[in-house]
Design a binder for this molecule. Structure first.
Ligand code: FAD
Length: 510
């Protein structure tokens, strides 16, 4: 039987994850030999950012047969327990240091109660922080605790976790491994995409004069979307009317070693965007993401310098544009876009790499159908647009329920006109009811009831609750039970995890 030929164009995170995943997983689902070729231009750099991930990456790396210890060592990676959001609800002038935590994992439950609902019936000031009461993960992250012990199997641990990683090292790490395994690597630039009348790619012409043919082409060329939009006829669903940030200025700063590693992303709201702060093993990655309609580049750079207490003149930084939205047709003829060529929705909840993973998981099931003559494009496009729309709502949630009105950016973000109808409907429901699993009907939910609860409650939603005074003793009993359960979970986690230092020490990382 002839090989099924997959040609991936692009050697960034999307290209190498796709090469790793499809070359490992497709032979299990296709029933036919698979040949994967990756074409990469040497003179077009990868975007080189994308340092924060969510827990799905563990399953994806495991499915690629990647060794977790090698990955941690070579990608400068650290463990991530969640995200801390600072000054998202109010400005530093109004509430200095105000912050909430969005951990991975489910809130703790208590038998015979609906604890989140009961908790939300308390007045805002007397509630206590939801994430502190219902999860131990923030405490573990702040204490420098790893989510696992030295005995845990790869990708497993007492707590759910993701990673912070160096994007450049990650692409290189996958390249080194999968070139050795089975992926053919061609270094050349695609200069022409020859299409058939049915919108299929007939062949790619490279700058060294070679042509490349394939059964399926995966476009991982980044924002240029060189293949999926080769004829400029693929419409783009821009989301800039909802999500305003479209530019970033980034830098790297040294830290003092493992002791300085915090197991969470810190996201600090700014006048016209927000700042990410991530600790890898060897350095911090810091970036200011902002709306170019609300602030100019120089002011944004100064905001980054101020955050770092650095001299703006000597600060080395890089500016990046972001195209916010996604292509209508992610699968078109015999071409599928994966990564930034498919779309991008700002890095607030680390969904860029997640979308690459989801594309690949879907492709592992759908390519065999395509190979046997069916056309799964419509279903695939529906799945991916569901992913994007779900993420749009969740990202917008962080902005639109803020009480900040200190700048045009926040006033515009909280303006009803900028909030998708789907989110408005949910928020109406949640003024008097807490989020329920039944509010989420899409099959492709990255963010669901748990995530919405952590963010909504973290942001002080709903703020207008008239406390249920006649239920106070019942709620107090529930809270006591909750505290007991939390304490037991804490003991269990402390017993079954070690601190970051021990894990990195065992890996030979100082
Ligand atoms: C500011 C910012 C912050 C981000 N933060 C996060 C984050 O915290 N978490 C997260 O999950 N995601 C994040 N992302 C998204 C993440 O960076 C990307 O999803 C990821 O890096 C994938 O990029 P890519 O491989 O699609 O594109 P790129 O890295 O741009 O790679 C494109 C590749 O295509 C090649 N190429 C282009 N044209 C041609 C051609 N004609 N011929 C041959 N090769 C070609 C290039 O050489 C390159 O190898 C962030 C993105 C931005 C912009």
């Amino acid at each position: 039987m002839s090989d099924f030929n997959i040609v991936i164009v692009g050697g960034g995170t999307a290209g190498w994850i796709s090469a790793a995943f499809l070359s490992t997983q497709l032979p299990l689902t296709l029933g036919r030999p698979v040949k994967v070729t990756l074409v990469e231009a040497s003179d077009i750099p990868i975007v080189g950012v994308g340092e924060a991930t969510i827990p799905t990456l563990r399953q994806t790396l495991s499915a690629c047969g990647v060794d977790e210890a090698e990955f941690l060592r070579e990608c400068d990676a650290t463990f991530k327990h969640g995200i801390e959001f600072v000054q998202w609800r109010k400005t530093a002038a109004e509430a200095p240091g105000e912050a909430y935590f969005h951990p991975f994992g489910e809130p703790i439950t208590v038998a015979n109660h609906n604890p989140a609902r009961q908790w939300s019936r308390l007045g805002v000031e007397e509630r206590g922080a939801f994430a502190d009461l219902f999860s131990v993960q923030k405490e573990m992250a702040l204490a420098g605790r790893a989510p696992k012990s030295l005995q845990d199997r790869a990708y497993d641990g007492a707590l759910p976790y993701a990673y912070h990683l160096d994007a450049g090292c990650f692409a290189e790490f996958l390249k080194q491994r999968f070139r050795k395994r089975s992926v053919e690597h061609i270094i050349a630039r695609v200069v022409q995409v020859n299409m058939t009348e049915e919108n299929n790619i007939a062949e790619l012409l490279l700058d060294d004069g070679r042509t490349v043919n394939g059964d399926l082409f995966i476009d991982c060329t980044g924002f240029v979307a060189r293949l999926i939009n080769a004829d400029n006829k693929n419409s783009f669903n821009s989301k800039t009317d909802v999500l305003f940030v479209d530019r970033a200025v980034t830098t790297r700063v040294p830290h003092r070693g493992v002791a300085d590693i915090k197991g969470f992303t810190r996201s600090t709201a700014q006048e016209s965007g927000w700042m990410w702060d991530i600790a890898l093993q060897g350095r911090r990655g810091v970036g200011h993401v902002y709306s170019s309609s609300h602030v100019d580049d120089e002011t944004a750079r100064q905001t980054l310098a101020t955050y770092l207490n650095a001299d703006p003149q000597s600060l080395e930084s890089r500016k990046l544009d972001m195209r916010i939205g996604y292509h209508q047709h992610q699968w078109r003829g015999n071409c599928v876009a994966v990564g930034l060529s498919s779309g991008f929705l700002e890095p607030l909840e680390s969904t860029g790499i997640y979308l690459i993973e989801m594309a690949n998981w879907a492709l592992a099931d759908m390519i065999p159908r395509f190979a046997s003559g069916a056309n799964p494009a419509a279903r695939y496009n529906e799945i991916m647009s569901n992913h994007y729309e779900n993420i749009v709502d969740f990202l917008k949630l962080h902005y639109c329920i803020s009480q900040r009105r200190d700048s045009a950016f926040w006033r515009d973000n909280t303006d009803l006109k900028s909030i998708p109808d789907t989110l408005i409907q949910k928020l109406k429901t949640w003024r008097d009811n807490i989020p329920s699993i039944y509010d989420f009907d899409r099959t492709t939910q990255c963010f669901s009831v748990t995530n919405y609860q952590f963010v909504l409650f973290g942001m002080g939603w709903p703020s207008h609750v008239a406390p249920d005074t006649d239920k106070r003793s019942e709620i107090a009993a529930m809270l006591a039970q909750l505290a007991q359960r939390r304490d037991r979970l804490r003991q269990f986690v402390m017993r079954d995890t070690v601190d970051n230092k021990a894990i990195f020490g065992a890996l030979g990382i100082s």
